[in-house]
Design a protein around this ligand. Structure first.
Ligand code: ADP
Ligand code: MG
Length: 226
């Protein structure tokens, strides 16, 4: 619980992350500028070779900006009574398609759960970000497990993978904007998940070992009207 609170506090830093994003955007810009300079002196073949890289770098800068914007501190949640199972069922084909492309499996196990206050767009993003991480952490043949259940006055969403786990000294950095261990990572996926969870008054628990990682996201069930 204490690390949970520390993490929530950390999210307040997000508004002050301008330096971080400036750095992330400057890298692709420097690359593109370098190539443009080369183009002044070089032939068309070279341009053919480097233009795809420049486009990729531009896409990456764009992705970082888009993801960063969804972290904006005073972003409004539009929550209404929704069922978690319905949202997962809508997303499942997409997750399954992602899994198949990299030779992995998805298993979904649900129990009927009461409606909770959800912003469905945000919830889809949280689920997708976590599922993508799970899929990325696994080798071919690995299985991603999604589960919902009720636990006292909470609806629990469980997202588990059979991946390589999270290093102990990386655990405290989880959810920090721009923390990534991937070459092509933005390090914003989990930060977005934590900020969405906070807006939903949901807690996130992580259990990890070298044979996999499981995230438990617990959403409060609103009091039924007396
Ligand atoms: P990105 O996926 O772009 O690296 P994220 O914010 O989604 O950024 O995740 C941050 C880091 O947390 C990842 O680079 C990875 O090291 C770690 N991580 C997150 N989810 C998992 C998981 N399911 N298994 C192993 N490591 C994970
Ligand atoms: Mg990610």
């Amino acid at each position: 619980f204490e690390t949970e609170m520390a993490r929530l506090a950390q999210l307040n830093l997000v508004g002050e992350m301008a330096a971080g994003i400036a750095h992330e955007i400057r890298n692709p810009m420097t690359t593109i500028r370098g190539f443009l300079q080369l183009f002044r002196e070089n032939d068309r073949n070279m341009q053919k070779q480097y233009i795809p890289i420049m486009l990729e770098e531009l896409d990456r800068a764009n992705e970082i900006i888009t993801e960063y914007l969804s972290l904006a501190k005073n972003k409004q949640s539009h929550q209404q009574a929704e069922n978690m199972n319905r949202i997962i069922e809508m997303l499942l084909p997409l997750i399954q398609a992602e899994a198949v492309m990299s030779g992995k499996h998805v298993h979904y196990e649900f129990t009927p759960c009461p409606d909770i206050q959800l912003d469905d767009k945000e919830m889809r993003q949280l689920i997708l970000n976590m599922c993508m991480n799970g899929l990325e952490a696994m080798h071919v043949g690995g299985r991603l497990h999604l589960q919902t259940y009720q636990e006292q006055d909470h609806v629990v969403l469980l997202i588990g993978d059979e991946g390589t786990g999270i290093d102990e000294h990386h655990l405290e950095k989880l959810g920090r904007p721009f923390f990534t261990t991937k070459d092509e990572g933005t390090g914003l996926g989990l930060a977005i998940c934590y900020s969405i969870a906070a807006r939903h008054h949901a807690s996130i628990e992580v259990q990890t070992s070298p044979s996999g990682t499981t995230f438990y996201i617990r959403f409060p069930i609103p009091n039924s009207p007396e």
